[in-house]
Design a binder for this molecule. Structure first.
Ligand code: NAP
Length: 291
């Protein structure tokens, strides 16, 4: 059993922290909006800390899952941040999708104080978090990763170290680049099927048994065909992720024309009021322009 803290009880963090309790770990939680932490403790037990620093005190592992670079900087390196509470030898595992830069900044600051750090963004969405079957893409020191991997597996079906600090975030960028292209392809396919007068559901039931199959197809074609988008992975989050990937690409010299274009398509969906719509709503943009 490990003594751990989980900071950031959002859509992802809330169920992830719950799986830690179910796996037998002793969990303290922190959430900026305390009401969420109170609801979590009511459901799972454990303790509440009122600041990240207090949450980190006396823990073997501290997990974070907040929104973006700025939030992460505040929670870890801010005046009341995790860094001021961790005891020597403790490890911070960050599940936020953020830049490789902030991962390296935090890694450097923590290592200088004899603390461990693993950047560990996740894939699998809300359902993956609730069912404890996330994919975790990690970066950092191998010995430190091995120290925390079993505890991470409380809510994951796969957790792998991909390289040094920042490699987890870079891998998540690869993941989001893949998704952007696949979702646009699926949206165009369904748009075409409707324009051609086909039964989209029947079409997908057939083609999903062949080479066109994808996670997006399996999990999204029904809701896309029905025009339902009020759930899932929000476009605001996706644009944050694509922005990080495009910024990284500018530096590493890679060419991401499709990713850049899909990012712009998403900005049009935001203009349609779709900030919180699922990423599959690229189809709504195409259907809007139907003649
Ligand atoms: P969310 O529901 O919006 O939750 C964000 C959490 O971060 C909340 O607990 C929020 O506290 C906290 N937070 C934000 N800014 C903070 C700050 N400055 N100080 C302290 N706490 C702060 O987001 P989510 O969907 O769980 O996503 C979390 C991360 O996982 C994001 O980086 C996202 O890109 C990534 N992710 C999400 C999904 C998904 O399907 N949702 C999938 C993969 C990866 P409050 O409760 O006080 O607002």
């Amino acid at each position: 059993m490990a003594k751990v803290a989980f900071l950031g009880l959002g859509v992802m963090g809330y169920p992830m922290a719950g799986h830690l309790v179910k796996a037998g770990h002793q969990v303290t939680v922190y959430n900026r909006t305390t009401a969420k932490a109170e609801a979590w403790v009511k459901q799972f037990g454990g303790a509440i800390a009122l600041t990240p620093k207090l949450a980190a005190q006396d823990q073997g592992i501290v997990f974070t899952c907040v929104g973006n670079d700025k939030d992460l900087h505040q929670v870890v390196l801010g005046d009341e941040g995790v860094i001021h509470g961790l005891k020597p030898g403790a490890v911070l595992v960050d599940h936020t999708t953020a830049s490789a830069d902030i991962a390296r900044e935090i890694g450097t600051a923590l290592t200088a104080q004899g603390l461990g750090f693993i950047d560990a963004p996740v894939s699998g969405g809300q359902a993956g978090a609730e069912n404890g079957v996330l994919t975790v893409m990690a970066g950092g020191d191998e010995a430190v990763f091995n120290q925390v991997k079993d505890v991470i597996m409380s809510y994951a079906r796969c957790a792998e170290l991909l390289g040094e600090t920042g490699a987890g975030q870079l891998t998540k960028m690869v993941n989001q680049i893949c998704i952007a292209g696949v979702v646009q392809g699926l949206a165009e396919a369904l748009h075409f099927a409707r324009s051609a007068g086909l039964d989209g559901e029947k079409v997908v039931e057939v083609i999903s048994k062949g080479a066109a199959q994808s996670w997006q197809m399996e999990n999204r074609y029904k809701s896309m065909w029905a025009g339902e988008y009020n759930f899932g992975f929000a476009i605001d989050w996706m644009r944050k992720d694509l922005g990080i990937a495009l910024e990284e690409a500018r530096r590493n010299g890679s060419h991401l024309p499709l990713t850049a274009l899909v990012d712009q398509f998403y900005s049009e969906v935001q203009g349609m009021g779709g900030n919180r719509w699922d990423t599959s709503s690229l189809l709504a943009r195409l259907e809007k322009s139907r003649k």
